[in-house]
Write a protein that binds this ligand. Structure first.
Ligand code: ATP
Ligand code: MG
Ligand code: MG
Length: 554
């Protein structure tokens, strides 16, 4: 395979290697906060970090950024691990920021002793009011010059649970006139009397992201800490915190930023996805309409298709919205290569083959996948009563209609050429049955002159007495707008598409009776489908992953 050109993060690493970095010291991490399920945006970050690990043969840690007990749960930790593994990546070490709470506390005490951190006893409003503006310096807190002994005593009291939430915070003492607002004495710790999913009630003070992230990178000796662009202004603070403890013998992590990936017609934010779950807009985090990894998996996406999508869009320095049709292109492209072809009818119309003997059947050979020579073939039953799609028949139609019309011929896929002779209608004038004749010499693949005769249309079909009746779930975009969270005057929830989910009955060829949850198929002429996890041994349920072509009007 042809080598693609390096992305800008790889250029940074190549430059570091040229400047004398030891390749063995390269180490990366993927640092999710376990406050929700991973989404397609995270897939970009996962593919970037784990991709670098593969490229440089370097370890990649899975680090849970679990510093906010109010929003984090074990369920999310487990789901995140399952999703990263399903995408095909293996982390070196499973790490938790919460494992560093003790070390972080000791380092905070050391900063207090050096006069570089202090306990502030004001409300968050007072602290915010004193921050100043980007063009005006802030005013220092009245507690800024508290003496070290009192700071140490209060900080220990915070840790020991002597105070209520909001009574005190620990702040770094940096620069109240910095042009970077984040450097104006940022908060390092707050009091939260909440149990943590791992440390339980050991702690009632929790470190802030900025104080935790760089130090966690340092503890794990991560060489390149890659994050999204909103952290660019945090880099100065990341560096300041590292400056306070760097030991020259150890590697100093570097933060570098890349653009967040957005996908059209959806939202990629755990907070907003949680809102969809909590408001029952969807059935859960893994609802097949969700842009979560687990939703895409349940929908029938393959890990390869998601990795190929992430590779194709690459990484960027500026934010943009990637059209969801590109993601769909990648799953189609992969499923075309791997998915066995089968026949299913979703909107049935009955055909009777009047010259086929009653009470008999014939088993026809059907190729499983023309794209895969190894896929082999199966048998499908042909009989006197068949279903085709309603849309595939018209009593009368012009020359451009290559499907079945009265007096016209079509080929039944893997079977015979048939001719529509007459039809029966109900009292409302709807066609309910079409009487046809078949040409017994025209069987596909039989090599006869009749079998080679060209007819314009080929239709998929199923034999009615052999058909398996199933539930088919059809999905449309979850949002009717391309950028539901990009409107100033409207909430993203206003753009939820009320018709994004439809259940229909499907009639399937009998070879599908042994299909297992997760199995993927091409229903010929209809799209790619997979067996949903709601299925049981009695009832199969299929999800439409994607249609065969991009038919969606933009
Ligand atoms: P969310 O708003 O969905 O919670 P987040 O950035 O807060 O996103 P984290 O769990 O902190 O979520 O993300 C883990 C890693 O994935 C971070 O390095 C983050 O920058 C990256 N990431 C998150 N969302 C995207 C995205 N849309 N595109 C690329 N990378 C992302
Ligand atoms: Mg985060
Ligand atoms: Mg977040």
């Amino acid at each position: 395979e042809e080598e693609r050109s390096l992305n800008f993060i790889e250029h940074i690493i190549e430059d570091d290697l040229k400047a004398g970095y030891d390749k063995k010291s390269l180490r990366f991490r993927f640092p999710p906060e376990p406050n929700g399920y991973l989404h397609i945006g995270h897939a970009s970050s996962i593919c970037l970090n784990f991709g670098l690990g593969l490229r440089y043969d370097s370890p990649v840690n899975l680090r849970f950024d679990d510093t906010n007990p109010a929003k984090e749960e074990k369920e999310y930790v487990e789901a995140i691990k399952a999703d990263v593994e399903w995408l095909g990546y293996q982390w070196d070490t499973e790490c938790y920021a919460s494992d560093y709470f003790g070390q972080l506390y000791e380092w905070a005490v050391a900063l207090i002793k050096q006069g570089k951190a202090y306990v502030d006893s004001q409300s968050s409003e007072e602290i915010a009011d004193q921050k100043g503006t980007p063009t005006e310096p802030g005013t220092g807190s009245p507690y800024r010059n508290r003496d070290v002994a009192e700071n140490l005593r209060l900080f220990e009291g915070m840790k020991n649970g002597e105070f209520k939430e909001g009574e005190h915070v620990l702040r770094a003492k940096i620069d109240m006139s910095s042009s970077n607002m984040l450097m104006r004495d940022p908060i390092m710790y707050r009091i939260l009397h909440k149990p943590h999913h791992r440390t339980n009630t050991d702690w009632c003070i929790y470190p802030m992201y900025d104080w935790t992230h760089g130090e966690s990178d340092y503890i794990e000796q991560v060489s390149h800490s890659l994050c999204t662009l909103e952290f660019l202004p945090h880099r100065e603070l990341y560096d300041w915190f590292l400056d306070q403890l760097v030991d020259s013998k150890k590697l100093r992590p570097k933060q570098r930023e890349f653009a967040r990936r957005n996908l059209s017609h959806t939202v990629v934010s755990k907070r907003k996805l949680l809102q969809l779950v909590e408001n029952d807009v969807v059935s859960g985090w893994d609802d097949p309409r969700m842009p979560t990894i687990s939703g895409l998996r349940r929908r029938g996406y393959t890990p390869e298709s998601i990795r190929n999508f992430a590779d194709t869009i690459g990484i960027a320095k500026r934010e943009n919205v990637v059209d969801v049709s590109l993601l769909e292109f990648h799953v189609r492209e992969h499923l075309n290569r791997i998915a066995p072809r089968v026949m299913a009818v979703l909107n049935p119309l009955k055909l009777v083959i009047t010259n086929f003997p009653e009470g008999t059947e014939e088993w026809l050979d059907a190729e499983n996948n023309p794209e895969d020579a190894e896929a082999g073939s199966r048998q499908v039953p042909f009989s006197r009563e068949l279903y085709i799609e309603k849309e595939d028949f018209r009593e009368e139609a012009n020359r451009k209609f290559f499907r079945l019309k009265l007096g016209g011929e079509v080929r039944l896929k893997n079977g015979y050429i048939i001719k529509a002779e007459s039809c029966t209608k109900d009292e409302n004038g709807n066609v309910v049955e079409v009487q046809c004749t078949y040409d017994p010499k025209s069987k596909s693949g039989s090599g006869t002159e009749e079998s080679l005769r060209k007819v314009k249309g080929t239709l998929h079909w199923v034999s009615i007495p052999h058909a398996i009746e199933t539930e088919i779930r059809l999905y449309d975009r979850l949002f009717s707008d391309a950028t539901p969270d990009g409107h100033k005057d409207k909430d993203f929830m206003d753009f939820v598409n009320p018709d994004s989910f439809k259940k229909v009955k499907g009639y399937l060829e009998p070879s599908l009776k042994d299909a297992k949850i997760g199995d993927r198929f091409q229903f010929q002429r209809l799209g790619y489908f997979n067996v949903d996890s709601d299925s049981d041994s009695e009832n199969l349920i299929f999800n439409r992953t994607v249609t065969l072509r991009d038919t969606w009007a933009k």
